[in-house]
Write a protein that binds this ligand. Structure first.
Ligand SMILES: [Cu+2]
Length: 127
């Protein structure tokens, strides 16, 4: 798994040199997102492959400030049927595809304590 992911990350980097990627790999390791800063093009579908390597549940929620405010105070314990809200049970991989308007978005795990610990990343969609 680790080797396969390393290969995937390497190819994503190679793509990034020519243009911004349409395939983005995100690793969750020790309750951190890697990478935690991503740049993509606005207006084109971006496919994220998110790998939770941890033995605990996480989630990957992406949106603007008001989206996250709703989730900080939300009571939903599981997500999964919306492309911008991905539940990641221990040691699972999920894929989701989103198209962004130009802007800056954050992706956060809203499990108690996880955001404060540092499960936060930034995605910039350039128009
Ligand atoms: Cu988490």
């Amino acid at each position: 798994m680790a080797l396969a992911l390393a290969a995937f990350a390497a190819s994503a980097c190679a793509t990034a040199e020519a243009a911004t990627p349409t395939q983005v790999g995100i690793r969750i390791h020790y309750s951190r997102f890697e990478p935690n800063r991503i740049e993509v093009r606005a207006g084109v579908p971006i496919t994220f492959t998110i790998v939770n390597e941890d033995p605990i549940d996480h989630e990957w929620l992406i949106g603007d400030a008001s989206f996250h405010e709703r989730h900080r105070t939300g009571t939903e314990t599981a997500h999964g049927d919306r492309p911008d809200e991905v539940s990641l049970p221990p040691r699972t991989t999920k894929t989701t595809t989103l198209t962004f308007a130009p802007g800056t978005y954050t992706f956060i795990c809203h499990f108690p304590g996880h955001e404060a610990y540092g499960m936060v990343g930034v995605l910039v969609a350039k128009g």
